[in-house]
Structure formats: C-alpha cells, structure tokens
Design a protein around this ligand. Sequence first.
Ligand code: EPU
Length: 444
Amino acid sequence: MAQTERIEGAVLTKYVIRGGKPLYGEIDISGAKNAAVAIIPAALLVDGVCRIENIPQISDVTMILNILQELGADVRTVNRTTVDIDCSHIRNAKVPNELARKIRASYYLIGALLGRFGSAQVPPPGGCHLGDRPIDQHIKGFVAMGAEVDVRGGFVNAWVKDGKRLSGAQVYLDIVSVGATMNIMLAAALADGTTIIENAAKEPHIVDLANFLNSMGARIMGAGTDVIKIKGVERLNGGTYSIIPDQIEAGTYMAAVAAAGGEVLIKNVIPKHLECITAKLVETGVEVEERDDAVLVRRDPNARLTRTNVKTLPYPGFPTDMQPQMAVVLSLAEGTSVITEGVWDNRYRYVDEIRRMGAQFQVDGKVAVIEGVDHLTGAPVRACDLRAGAAMVIAGLAAHGVTEVDCIHYIERGYEDIVRKLSGVGADIRVVVTPDEDKQAQVG
Ligand code: EPU
C-alpha cells in the first residue's frame, strides 16, 4: 500500500491578507537594497575595516554577506543594521557557485575582484526573470580597461593582461545601465589612470556607491550625472558609511496607501528621490506632503482614484521597479490608463495573477492597457518576482475579501519586515505556514 512520506522542511509560507482596511500610522523605511548589494561588494576594494550602517535585513543582503564570508572576509554584526567588513585578508578571486547564482547583484563581484586582484571568477548572475538580462555593457567596460573576459565552465572569467592592474579608459554605455555603471566604477576605483563613463545611469544608488567609495579615499566625480569620472587611487582605507533609504520600498508603501486609502507618514526617506513616484500618485488624486525626511501620503478611502499614463525610464524617470505596484493603483482608478515599460522586455508576468482578482488588464509587448475597476476581489495569487510580489500584497490590502500570496521568498529578497511594517499601520496581514502537499512523496 502506498504511504505518504513527509519531507522535512517541505512547507509553504504564504501571506494571508484580509483586505479593505485603510492604512493609518507611520512606517520606517530601511536602507536601499540596490545600494547595499553594490556597497557590500565594494568593501573588497578597501584595505581595512568598513563599518556599513543602515543595512536592510533582506535575503539578498544576507546572501551577498555570505559570499564575502566564503571568500574569506571577516564580517561582524555590530547591531541589527550595522556590519563591520574586513576583506584585507582575502586572497581568493573565485566566487562559490551555489550562492552567487541566486542573486543578480553577484555581478558586482566581478568589478570589485577585478579591481582588487586583477582577476575574477564569478558565476553568471541570477535574480528575477524580467526578460533578457545581458551584461555586455559591464564587459565592454572591463575590456576597455584592459581585461580579457570569457564565459567558460559555468563562470564569467575576467583577468588583466600583462600585469595586475586595470588601466583607466573612456567607456560609452550603449544603453543606460545601473549595473554596468556601478560595476565599472568598482573596477575603476583602484585602476591606473582615469576612467570616464559616458551615458551613465543616474539612480540614487549610483551616487550612494560613489559617496561610499569617496569616503574610503576614492576620487569619483559626476555621479548622478550622465558623465562619471573616476581617478584611480593606490589604496582605499577603512571608514564608516550609512546607506541611503530605499526609494522603492518607500514608493511601495506610498502605492499601498494610494490603493487601500488612509493616511501614513513614511519616515526615513529622501523626498527628492521619491519625486518621480510622488508626481504620478498626485496625478491619480493622492495627496503627498513632503517633510524633511518623510512624506505624508493621504487618500480618502471613499474617493475614486483618477486614471493616468505611466512610462518607466531610467532615473529621474518613473522607476521600472515601481511599475507593478503602480499598475495595481491604476487598476482601481476611474477610466483607462496606459503603462509603457521602458526598461525590461518582460515585466508583466504578474498580469494573470492580478486578473484573478478582477483587474482588467490587456498587455501587448511593453504596453499594458488597464481599465479601472471599482474594487478588486481577494484570491489566491503568486509573487512572480520581487516587485510583482509587492504589487500582489498591495492588491490584497485594497481588495474585498481574503488574498493569499504564495512564493513570498521573492518578496523577502527585497522588503525588510513587510508584514510587521504593514500590520503597524493597521493592515490585516499574517504569515501562514502549511505543509507543502506537492512535496509529500508517494512511496512503497
Ligand atoms: N542591459 C543590457 N546590457 C547590459 C546591462 C543592461 O542590454 O550589460 C539592459 C537590460 O537588459 C535592461 C536595461 O539595460 O533592459 C537596464 O538594465 P540595468 O543594467 O539598469 O539593470 P540591472 O543593473 O541589472 C538594476 C536593479 C533592478 C532594476 C534595474 C533598473 C539591482 C541589483 N537591480 O538591475 O532592480 O530594475 O537596475 O533600474 O540593482 C529590483 O530591485 O526589483 C530590480 C529588478
């Protein structure tokens, strides 16, 4: 007779959200994921101890810290949001396969190791599936600086010909790329001579990486504009640096208030970084008041939102990482809204999920046409990736009835304590752990 064997640890963890409750109170924003995942590898370039503050507690950060430890870094937790990292004893430029393949940001290890050792062996990056995610522009930069790069045996191998140090070079990026801009900055910080990156990305995390490196002794000018100049230095010294607040985490909670209604003070933000998001939410009828380091977001739960159009673009345009969350807001707006995804080829994988909740969504390539509905209805849905997962949570908060969000490991890659933060403003959201029926093997 067949028996059911329970596989240890085979559980499903979901968020269960009872929607329709407006949000009131305050939310504190954590440090920026996309800054942290570049600044932590940047510690490889530093000769001494880097104290990094305002680190978000998310799984992508845990993974990048684990990779540094496996390489031989001394990583010491000072408190919940602060670590000391000392990479001075590392002698190894080969990154272990299993860990690095799980996250996108492992590509920053190529620039950092190449800058430090003149060679790097790093597995091709993983991360969310948003369409083709090439790293040709990163490689173009390394090659211009005198590196050879090939992909063999499951690794991206990069090494400097005839010697150990990269040489400064002029690099024009054919496409505005956050990752390529930061990776070339990492490689160039200790290079021989000056590197100029033209058509550079301008995101707040690019400025943050430049500020981190400069505070350790680098000479980087122009970060935040489309031309960045990096004068290579001999050595970077240890120091203390605090990561900027997360623009996208803040934007996600702003969108949550827009969708569910209520009044929330979103604290520990840089309002300037949120302007691209604020402007669009204001067009839909949401009130946003800027304070010194906070924004107050208000939406009458009984008033309908107004339609608008959104095109995602590199900073200071509307961020692609806010596209799914904004789509949920527009699903509830009166009239027809159009979203054009200007960065990724395939960032609408969540449409089937949001349609289960009653959203009226048509997608054709990079364009989504949304007919606003009066309300969404709770349903079992899946987080397809990090931001799509956050969008499902927002939809659940606004919906009538109960929403169960599955595959929440994607969400926890980038949102610290999302359940606690939302519960703190009155949301009815719980983590529920159940045995995974599919993983109970039939034996005998
Ligand atoms: N691209 C190329 N060649 C390259 C690099 C990029 O063609 O060598 C293309 C990409 O295919 C894409 C566009 O350029 O169409 C922009 O890509 P970018 O390099 O800017 O993206 P990324 O560095 O891989 C980071 C964030 C993403 C965010 C994008 C855009 C990290 C770890 N990831 O990715 O964040 O969407 O910038 O702002 O910083 C997220 O946080 O959810 C997330 C996906």
